[in-house]
Design a protein around this ligand. Sequence first.
Ligand SMILES: [Zn+2]
Length: 83
Amino acid sequence: MSEKYCESCGFPLKEKKDFGGKDSDSKYCVWCCDPEGNLLSYKEVLTIWKNYLVKTTGMSEEKAIDTAKDGMSKMPAWINKKN
Ligand SMILES: [Zn+2]
């Protein structure tokens, strides 16, 4: 089985519980989806990503937003997002 990653945030999708909506056909992880498995908005994912960075690295909110935006700009789900 090939490695799968969330197309919104790059989170590795290994077990069924990691997939959005617990659907192993989903292209997105559970963090980037609502409970029904629909992808959240750009702003919602950005906030999740930013909070994650602040929590895990201790970087400032401002730096975390820039880092998250940069990271998201490389993801298939957001690559065409003009911001
Ligand atoms: Zn994700």
